[in-house]
Write a protein that binds this ligand. Sequence first.
Ligand SMILES: Cc1cc2nc3c(=O)[nH]c(=O)nc-3n(C[C@H](O)[C@H](O)[C@H](O)COP(=O)(O)O)c2cc1C
Length: 131
Amino acid sequence: MKISDEAKKIVEEAKVWAVATANKNGLPNVVPIAYARILSENQILLMDIFMEKTRKNIEENPNIALCAWNSKSKGYQFKGKAQVITSGKLFDEGVKWVKSEENLSPKAAIVVNVETAYIITPGSDAGKEVK
Ligand SMILES: Cc1cc2nc3c(=O)[nH]c(=O)nc-3n(C[C@H](O)[C@H](O)[C@H](O)COP(=O)(O)O)c2cc1C
């Protein structure tokens, strides 16, 4: 699975992403996240500024699902495994990104290694996996 340029363009128009995690017992948790962007063809970066349950969930269960869509209701769902990063180049770049927008101090960068992607745009392709 590779995140296409088309998918990247659409999801980066999203003002906010839905980010779902689950604890070790499978209890779900979904939150809105504005600091989300495509890092590479199979990685997404989320910035942890205020995460509590989300962060704890990732630490005990790396499974994660994300959704983002633009103002024309075109969008994608991504599923994969999340990893918490609290130092190094990627973390520093993420902090710089957040600080360039708002005076906030991120606690961690969350890297999502995307395994599958699905179309969420309403229509005949809704729910189909992007190969
Ligand atoms: C529109 C919107 C955008 C947000 N963006 C972020 C974000 O980029 N990073 C972050 O850590 N929290 C962000 N938040 C705050 C979290 O969604 C919020 O703190 C949430 O309660 C975290 O819940 P949790 O305890 O389930 O992790 C945002 C909230 C809203 C309403």
